[in-house]
Write a protein that binds this ligand. Structure first.
Ligand code: NAD
Length: 281
């Protein structure tokens, strides 16, 4: 069994982004800029935004965080996004999810200029990804693809079971895999017999938010297991969606939590923002 070390791979990506930022600054006087919008007081969301801010600083980006109270109206959020759409120092706009219940997430995401949609959540980018066209791709699935590439894992013809079908994780993951010629099964909460699907997969990619959902008897010998889940359990520690101790011995490759997909998500956010900055006119 080999661990896929997302932490180290993310550092490599960040170093390369930092080098490109320095060059962009020197040659074109461009400093990539990221605007983050966060609504409410959810501690996990604030922790993620803090990590993103720090990562931006480390690679030399300009970043601004708009912290808004839980009670803010939808039109006020839209106003800020429109300001960021028109701000020439901003290349990427990210709205930290989830948003409070009185805000319609789909409406908000559609206000972001697709050219600054570094999270890849705008239907324009999601549609382009689905049709195999160049687009901004959601950072978590993109990070998983980067892991496959770094570890020389060939996807062509592989049976891949994606567990979880959200717009930000499972669906873009499935599109990327399909574009890489894998045979993809997407499973979700309504799937009747999850084990029947996971146990025949060469690769299992799980992002649902249920600790230890994937157990050893659901995994074929030699399978590759990618754990996207992040769950804080009663003792305060972070775990994924895979029963890591029991599953790892059966795998050829597996990602740990923490230190797996999480750091790659942030690295891909930086990479997408850099790409956007390079496309400034
Ligand atoms: P979500 O709630 O939007 O979607 C969850 C998906 O899992 C749904 O499709 C649902 O049908 C499915 N699901 C739920 N319970 C299931 C079950 N028992 N069996 C099969 N499918 C089930 O969540 P999300 O935003 O997609 O996030 C999923 C997980 O990934 C969370 O733990 C989240 O914290 C994590 N996440 C991690 C990163 C990262 O950087 N590593 C990024 C985004 C999300």
């Amino acid at each position: 069994m080999q661990l896929i070390d997302g932490k180290t791979l993310a550092k490599t990506v960040q170093h390369s982004v930092a080098a490109d930022v320095a060059q962009l600054k020197q040659e074109k006087n461009i400093v990539p800029g990221l605007a983050v919008i966060i609504v409410g007081d959810d501690p996990a969301s604030h922790a993620y935004v803090g990590m993103k801010e720090k990562a931006c600083k480390n690679v030399g980006f300009y970043s601004m965080v708009h912290k808004m109270p839980e009670t803010i109206s939808q039109s006020e959020i839209i106003e800020i996004i429109e300001m960021m759409n028109n701000n020439t120092h901003i290349d990427g706009i990210l709205v930290q999810l989830p948003l409070p219940k009185h805000i319609d997430t789909d409406t908000i995401l559609e206000v972001i200029d697709p050219k600054k949609d570094v999270d890849g959540f705008h239907p324009y980018n999601a549609g382009r990804l689905m049709t195999g066209l160049e687009s901004f791709v959601a950072c978590t699935p993109l990070g998983v693809m980067k892991m496959f590439e770094a570890y020389d894992i060939d996807l062509e013809g592989k049976d891949v079971c994606v567990v979880g079908a959200s717009n930000i994780v499972g669906k873009p993951m499935a599109s990327l895999l399909l574009n890489a010629n894998a045979t993809v099964t997407i499973t979700h909460i309504h799937t009747k017999d999850l084990k029947a699907h996971t146990s025949r997969a060469d690769i299992i990619i799980v992002g649902v938010g249920v600790p230890a959902l994937i157990k050893a008897d659901m995994v074929k010998e030699g399978a590759i297991v990618i754990d996207i889940g992040i769950n804080r359990i009663a003792d305060g520690s972070l775990v994924g969606d895979v029963d890591f101790k029991a599953v790892a011995p059966k795998c050829s490759y597996i990602t740990p939590v923490p230190g797996g997909v999480g750091p790659m998500t942030i690295a891909m956010l930086l990479s997408n923002t850099l790409t956007s900055a390079k496309q400034r006119v």
